[in-house]
Design a binder for this molecule. Structure first.
Ligand code: FCB
Length: 447
């Protein structure tokens, strides 16, 4: 490494964790995910979000846990289907519970960042078309107005939509999430509709909270490179996937251009509708063009053989975070929040080094003058990892899904120490700058 530690973080930097409602709360039967997970074969091991971490009841424990770690920020989401279990009927007791959570976070000195839409939809809305429903923008706007009016005195940082490209790709192209479709044309329409919804939600928050609010999207960005750089078809495939997956939504917000045919008429309205750029970063994909793989849209992805991977086979590639921070700070001209970054690692052997290496990328970018203001580790707790069910363990704290006991893993105290010092000191860097010797390595294609 060129520059020596310590790696320091700017004053006021937000050190947080992130979760989402469906993944941790439990006890909500009015969402598309509750319905989807009950269908045989949809979720690993037949798992459902029925109980999850029971955070709907145990949220005081979660706040206490964060307090004990000394973290100063928390990204959580509101369950739309819980707050509006049938169209137009808002549940004030549910909103009151969210008020209690946000109030307790503030009292503990933990700044909330609230996501309004994190993948799941109310069942009634999914039944009228979900992301393809023409009225989605108006419905999400109505919900946003209700939530921000009810909770706005306790929160001024909002994410409108979490990972638009991910929810659309999984639901409409790969067919592994609700509604389980395989249609690129419908995926593009869904993405366009979500962009319209975001614009409506952004404007609604601004109307209610004005400049005191800070509103953005959490974009899932990946490093996408050709598998065989000498082959034009692979280079073209990587560029296409980058454009469809990384760029479409994000560039519409940043530049109001380059959104392609499905953004026509909307890109101008979308330009500038964000106060910060939210970056969720996990991994790198190598892409090749393969005419025999229609299910992967002819662009199967793989991991470079021999590289470190997590429990789900995703490459661990910390440099990618630095690369994306630099690229998107320039494009967005907005402060950046790393709204998610984490690793599926049940043993916690890889997480300490994962954490230190990714945080070092953030600190380096900050030292270069990039305006990065926070880092939210995914996740505070092991939780319901969508189609992977409870098999993927992303938590800084382990959850025993029988007793629901939370136990901080060693990486949680490491994160706490870095947050308290606002730096990665030389000794921490020496211990964690390399992955441990026996990490899992990729054997080849995952596509
Ligand atoms: C992200 C999602 C989050 C979680 C992590 C592992 O794509 O936003 O809900 O599933 O991946």
């Amino acid at each position: 490494m060129a520059e020596p530690p310590p790696f320091t973080f700017p004053e006021g930097f937000l050190f947080g964790t992130a979760t989402s409602a469906t993944q941790v709360e439990g006890g909500c039967h009015t969402t598309d995910w509750d319905d989807f997970a009950r269908r045989p074969g949809r979720v690993h091991g037949g798992d459902t979000p029925e109980t999850a971490c029971d955070s709907w009841n145990r949220w005081p424990d979660d706040v206490a846990l964060q307090r004990s770690l000394g973290l100063n920020a928390y990204r959580l989401s509101i369950e739309w289907g819980r707050v509006e279990p049938s169209s137009g009927a808002f549940d004030s007791t549910a909103l009151d519970r969210y008020r209690a959570m946000l109030g307790a976070l503030r009292d503990a000195g933990i700044e909330p960042l609230v996501t309004l839409h994190h993948f799941s939809l109310p069942l009634w809305q999914a039944r009228r078309g979900g992301l393809l429903d023409r009225e989605l923008p108006q419905l999400l706007e109505r919900y946003t107005r209700t939530v921000v009016s009810a909770l706005g005195d306790l929160c001024r940082r909002w994410v409108t939509v979490n990972e638009p490209s991910v929810v659309v790709a999984h639901g409409y192209v790969l067919g592994v999430w609700p509604p389980g479709e395989h249609s690129v044309a419908r995926a593009l329409r869904a993405q366009h509709n979500l962009l319209a919804a975001h614009v409506a939600m952004y404007r609604a928050v601004k109307e209610i909270q004005g400049d005191s609010s800070s509103v953005g999207v959490a974009h899932h960005l990946r490093v996408i490179e050709p598998e065989r750089s000498g082959r034009a078809a692979d280079r073209w495939g990587a560029a296409l996937l980058r454009w469809l997956f990384n760029d479409g939504f994000a560039r519409a917000l940043c530049e109001g251009t380059s959104y392609g045919p499905y953004g026509m008429g909307l890109a101008d309205e979308a330009r500038g509708t964000h106060d910060f750029f939210g970056l969720n970063y996990y991994s790198r994909d190598l892409v090749r063009f393969d005419p025999r793989r229609p299910a992967d849209v002819f662009l199967p992805r793989s991991v470079s053989p021999g590289s470190e991977v997590n429990d789900l086979g995703w490459e661990v590639y910390p440099e990618g975070l630095g690369r994306l921070l630099r690229a998107w700070a320039a494009r967005s001209a907005r402060p950046i929040l790393v709204t998610e970054n984490g690793i599926a690692d049940a043993s916690d052997r890889q997480r300490p080094s994962f954490l230190v290496r990714h945080l070092a990328e953030v600190a380096r970018a900050a030292a270069e003058g990039i305006d990065v203001r926070g880092y939210f580790h995914w996740s505070l707790l092991d939780n319901f990892e969508w189609a992977e069910g409870y098999s993927a363990r992303f938590g800084l704290c382990a959850v025993d899904f029988h007793t629901l006991a939370r136990t901080p893993r060693p990486s949680a105290s490491l994160y706490a120490r870095i947050a308290a010092a606002r730096e990665i000191d030389a000794e921490t860097w020496r211990l964690h700058r390399d992955p441990p010797p026996d990490v899992p390595r990729a054997g080849g294609s995952t596509g």
